[in-house]
Design a protein around this ligand. Sequence first.
Ligand SMILES: [Mg+2]
Length: 456
Amino acid sequence: MTARVLVVDDIPTNVKLLEARLTAEYFEVHCAYSGAEALDMCAKIHFDIILLDVMMPEMNGFEVCRRLKSNPETHHIPVVMITALDQPSDRIEGLEAGADDFLTKPPDDMQLLARVKSLVRLKMLTDELRARALTGRQIAAEHAEQAIASIRVDGGRVLVIDEDPASVERLQNILSKEHKLQIVADPTSVALQVADEGYEVALVSTGLKSFDPLRVCSQLRTLEQTRTMPIILIADEVDRPKVLRGLDLGVNDFIMRPLEKHELSARVRTQIRRQRYANELRESVNSTMAMAVVDELTGLYNRRYFDRHLAIMLEKATSQERSLGMMMLDIDHFKRINDTHGHDAGDIILKEFARRMQRNIRGVDLACRYGGEEFVVLMPDTDHQQAHAIAERIRDAVADKSFVVGNELHVHVTVSVGVAMNHDETDTPEALSKRADIALYRAKHSGRNRVIFDAA
Ligand SMILES: [Mg+2]
């Protein structure tokens, strides 16, 4: 994962320490030595995450955080506050200032990386949804205007997985005034109990005796109804290794015992807010999808939507100096299929092709039906090698098994793929499309059923 990190601390050796650790993990690290300098840099550069020292002369970290979070240009950037002391009062002030997380100085290596990665992952998803909502909004006649700020964060549906009665009671005391809690003491039945309940956040105790808490988390991640539900681990100090493994499994947050009342409520509120925010975006995307941006046959976005989205994504990739891949796909000899088996068979093949393609791209990729038997996939933050792997995966998924039409007919289908990557800041959507198209043309002419990259 690549991400642009801003490290802010008034003491140069602290900055150097974090810079070295993050650079070693291939993060792009920028440094600021005062609050004013940090705000100045944020106005010019798009950061994916900010690590912010609390104790700084002139403007302290809380004030910097408040300003970042009250500015619409920067409020979505995750902020991790770095505190010298593990002071609950610092954490409360930080949370009130809008901080997304905390680390205690000097930050433990694994915890630092796990926290940074988990927040960056979340930001990338939110960025993508935001870009899609924006594209949809430009096209849709109707405004899908739902002010994010008006989203309430109380009345959350909270799932608690814990078998210790004393610990459950403590959680209820802190949270039940504000939210609706459902307690599950026997995690073996969790799959049954969560079905269709619409939980917004899960609290999982690492102290489960009869069941591996990380298994519970990975189960929640694989169930359709709970796949995107935030998970907070509640851990004792001795369970720190479990927490780190949990973060790698996609757990969103954790809180250590003894539970601090304000910190727990704030963390739960933050996750509920994120979840409702993501749902809101998804719904506004869904409602605009119905309006002329979706191809009826395949359910993919149509060309009109794609053209708008490409312009936004390319501009974003250019301004953030990120790579963007574009793949053009064309089903081989589709006219012959249509002529031989009829248009109904052709439609079934287009649908199945779209399904196989969708299954072989990633969540951040955007697939569209460009027209007829031509499709296009946009791959943000993707290098040449990753783009090649995705293209080959699709090509293989199509050629590998024949397409079944009705009860009898098996049709062998192949696809040709042209791939192009974005260039420097002079690149345009038209030029990028053109390069992908030329690569596709070459794939056709060198024998079809293959992936060819733009030569440049
Ligand atoms: Mg300091």
